[in-house]
Ligand binder design. Structure first.
Ligand SMILES: *Cc1c(COP(=O)(O)O)cnc(C)c1O
Length: 365
């Protein structure tokens, strides 16, 4: 049976990447060592990290005046590092609230800064992207932070806010590498690796040079972007195996047509799944505004069984599991189902899910 893993994160990785990692596990390229066993300052490992950075730069077109940092601490640590490093003596930062992850970022920023929430979708249960002309931006803000893809709510921006000279900061944890991005429009992009890059434990930060080096004195070295930028992410031991795996994913992306090809497949996958939900006569329901539906995370609920009044969720999950369709349970805060269909989920996996959903609704509708 073919297994398809719809986990929101840590999430599916390309089969070819896992097989390559398996083949190289005990002896990387004749070095006699596993990548896990290598000194991070040895020439073999330094080559792996340099190649991963070069491939990432090529894939998404990172301009020369941006640093690529391989950090730890997850996207959650960036929620604090961003205000700590980017306030630059200013008094407040602008944040857009579009759901659970925005809220976490806002909560952490409030410990260090006055936070101006410039737009908020809580009035409709976080199911849409607030139109740009309603945002109350502050020209004096240190930066504008937003979450281009809300992993839990399934709300995704299909446009990039224009914030003029105020640096734009984006939490791309769950949609980085899924669609082309013009990096030059951003001051800082960050992403935990475990959704669309590689294994958990690595955090990617892409930051414009001029935003580095403004941390207040007394900030711990590990929390200062400058520390990592000046040391090519080798101030301390980087998450070497995670970076190696991310590098294999970058090479897989390049071999498969790069980000533009990935986007075409991602659109096809998302269209297929949303079409099945919308054609189910209300058996399945996705609460997100159609124009703002995520291509990566598709939350949906099931109609309750009319005869019993009890939910069908358990039955759906049990039968899906038996078909090899795994980890479809929705986030505990919203319930229902969530199908995460990141880059490594093939179209055939979404087709298998849709076939199952159609059959299930026929049998239980
Ligand atoms: C998963 C996720 C996070 C949290 O990432 P950690 O690496 O667990 O800290 C933050 N933001 C978004 C959008 C996410 O999807």
């Amino acid at each position: 049976m073919t297994i398809y893993n719809f986990s929101a994160g840590p999430a599916v990785l390309p089969k070819e990447v896992l097989q390559q990692a398996q083949a190289e596990l005990p002896d990387w390229h004749g070095s006699g060592m596993s990548v896990m066993e290598m000194s991070h300052r040895g020439k073999e490992y330094m080559g792996i990290q340099a190649q991963a950075e070069a491939d990432l730069r090529e894939l998404i077109g990172v301009p020369a005046n941006y640093k690529v940092l391989f950090l730890q601490g997850g996207a959650s640590q960036q929620f604090a590092m961003i205000p700590l490093n980017l306030l630059r003596g200013k008094l407040s930062a602008d944040y857009v609230n579009t759901g659970e992850w925005s809220k976490k970022a806002i909560g952490e920023a409030k410990k260090f800064s006055y936070v101006n929430v410039v737009a908020n979708n809580a009035d409709k249960n976080c199911t849409y992207v607030p139109a740009f002309d309603t945002w109350k931006l502050d020209k004096e803000a240190a930066y504008v932070h937003y979450t281009p893809n809300e992993t839990i709510g399934g709300v995704e921006f299909n446009w990039v806010p224009k914030t003029g000279s105020v640096p734009l900061v984006a939490d791309m944890s769950s949609n980085i590498l899924s669609r082309p991005v013009d990096v030059s429009k951003f001051g800082l992009i960050y992403a935990g690796a475990q959704k669309n890059i590689g294994p958990a434990g690595l955090t990617l930060v892409i930051v414009r040079d001029d935003l580095v080096g403004h941390a207040p004195s007394g900030l711990p070295a590990m929390l200062d972007y400058k520390t990592h930028a000046e040391n090519d992410s080798m101030y301390n031991t980087p998450p070497t195996y995670g970076i190696y795996m991310a590098g294999l994913v970058f090479q897989w992306l390049k071999k498969n047509g790069g980000i533009a090809a990935m986007e075409r497949t991602n659109i096809a996958k998302a269209n297929l799944l949303y079409a099945a939900i919308d054609a189910s006569n209300g058996f399945y329901h996705c609460p997100v505004n159609k124009a703002d539906r995520s291509r990566m995370n598709v939350p949906f609920t099931l109609k309750d069984a009319p005869s019993t009044g009890s939910g069908l969720d358990g039955e759906f999950l049990k039968l899906a599991d038996a078909r090899g369709l795994l980890q479809l349970k929705g986030h505990r805060s919203v319930g229902g189902m969530r199908a995460s269909i990141y880059n490594a989920m093939p179209l055939a996996g979404v087709q298998a899910l849709v076939n199952f959903m159609n059959e299930f609704s026929r049998n239980h509708g």
